[in-house]
Write a protein that binds this ligand. Structure first.
Ligand SMILES: Cc1cc2nc3c(=O)[nH]c(=O)nc-3n(C[C@H](O)[C@H](O)[C@H](O)COP(=O)(O)OP(=O)(O)OC[C@H]3O[C@@H](n4cnc5c(N)ncnc54)[C@H](O)[C@@H]3O)c2cc1C
Length: 413
């Protein structure tokens, strides 16, 4: 493991880092590499390695990190979250992301609807106790016709009445009725039992007229599409969710149009901070593979790390890892404590760290030469995994526009 330039980590934080790193090295990385070679649907068969990993992550208590302590969560702070995300991302980022979104319905409902006893009993308490990965969460915001549109909270586009959700909810007495389709990009979609679902309620407000609900996915009217085939992150299962007149109790609608835009920004902030930390781990993995290989491979009669051009590439990769870690760590710390945190910090960290991960994975492949392209070596997986991150949780371009909008709003000359 390469050093972590943070001289303020406590002994407990150092111990946590070591423990999670060991898990990432012994469990996640070998599993991620093996699952990467499988058909995505085959990887999810009962008793598979994917399920084995999922259960092991539960046993480690990673599902408790974002749940408040008084509800059985582990009560970890932002630095601990960053440490866990970086190490899991270093191991295999698809499995790490599956764990990350898993907690969304239970963890966000206690923030969006504090004291919602019905959902605390129905979902949070069973989820906290679940060490078998029987309850799995996902967040559904993207639709086949609305990707970036769903995320642009804080920009004028978000309030344009001509643009609104196609998954819609209407109130009917003590229930809400939901109809429509979420896209094939829903992470954990094929295995999830509960969704944190973003729906349209008042289309006169455009995307801002939405609502956020917890939807159990075993309700009548819910169906799922096939497991998505894609480039990279093959250990993160994804697929469509369909809703046909699905009825949920009124307590399951957590947020209405009055607070929707605020909560989209909050969720995007935390999600982007998570992505920034996870992909710092991917950038570090690429650096470490490249360093190891360059110290071993001989060309021109010497180890390639003795060629100055390779040294320059390795040094640039190192600087990118350190800056990504420093930026993502303070972004996590800030966004977890300042509510609302200015969105530009979170999206900035996500855009920066995912691009760093992609650059480092690209350089690692180059340093490996032809072997870098071979599936027998680990770095082409990193390149595919990192490429997806430039689109996931918001395309870099669109997140930059959201960040610019925050910057212009919050900067007072
Ligand atoms: C690996 C992965 C995991 C994901 N997980 C989830 C998940 O768990 N849940 C979920 O709901 N979604 C998920 N997504 C979906 C993801 O959030 C969307 O793919 C993303 O927001 C982009 O939407 P889109 O793919 O529809 O692209 P589009 O929005 O169609 O964008 C296409 C292109 O147009 C550009 N563009 C779009 N709008 C503008 C604009 N206003 N100004 C300038 N340029 C613009 C974009 O930058 C992009 O280059 C995931 C995606 C990936 C790849």
């Amino acid at each position: 493991m390469y050093l972590d330039l943070n001289l303020r980590l406590t002994d407990a934080q150092e111990a946590l880092k070591e423990e999670v790193h060991r898990f990432a090295q012994e469990v996640l990385r070998p599993a991620g590499q093996e699952i990467d070679r499988l058909d995505p649907a085959e990887a999810l068969r009962e008793g598979s390695l994917w399920w084995d990993c999922k259960k092991k992550m539960r046993e480690m208590g990673f599902h408790l990190t974002f749940i408040p302590e008084d509800l059985g969560g582990s009560g970890l702070g932002p630095i601990e979250h960053h440490i866990i995300w970086e190490e899991l991302g270093w191991g295999s980022v698809g499995l790490a992301l599956s764990q990350d979104v898993d907690v969304y319905p239970a963890a966000w409902l206690v923030r969006m609807s504090p004291g919602n006893q019905r959902l605390i009993e129905d979902l949070v308490k069973p989820y906290v106790r679940d060490t078998e990965a029987r309850i799995i969460g996902c967040w559904g915001i993207t639709e086949p016709d609305h990707g970036s549109d769903t995320l642009m909270a804080g920009t004028p586009q978000f309030r344009d009445p001509a643009i609104s959700h196609t998954v819609r909810a209407r109130q009917d007495g003590d229930t809400w009725v939901i109809t429509g389709q979420k896209s094939a990009w829903i992470s954990n979609g094929p295995v999830a039992t509960h969704a944190l679902l973003f729906v349209g309620i008042d289309s006169s407000k455009g995307m801002a007229g939405g609502g956020i609900a917890v939807v159990p996915l075993d309700l009548p009217g819910v169906s799922k599409g096939p497991v998505l085939r894609k480039l990279g992150q093959l250990d993160l299962p994804q697929g469509e969710l369909f809703f046909h007149n699905v009825r949920i109790p009124k307590e399951y609608m957590l947020v209405g149009p009055d607070r929707y835009e605020f909560w989209v920004q909050q969720v995007l902030s935390v999600a982007n901070c998570g992505m920034a930390s996870l992909f710092t781990g991917v950038a570090r993995a690429a650096l470490e593979f490249a360093l190891t290989y360059a110290k071993d491979r001989v060309q021109g009669g010497k180890r390639i790390c003795e060629h100055q051009l390779i040294q320059k590439k390795l040094f640039d990769m190192f600087v990118r890892v350190e800056t990504a870690r420093a930026y993502s760590r303070v972004a996590v710390e800030y966004c977890f404590t300042a509510i609302p945190a200015p969105i530009e910090y979170a999206v900035g960290a996500k855009v920066y760290c995912t691009e760093v991960a992609f650059q480092n994975a690209h350089e690692a492949v180059q340093i490996y030469g032809g072997y870098g392209l071979s599936r027998e070596f680990p770095v082409e997986k990193l390149l595919r995994d990192a490429r997806a991150a430039l689109i996931e949780d918001g395309c870099s371009e669109v997140l930059s526009l959201i960040g610019a909008s925050g910057l212009l709003r919050n900067y007072i000359p």
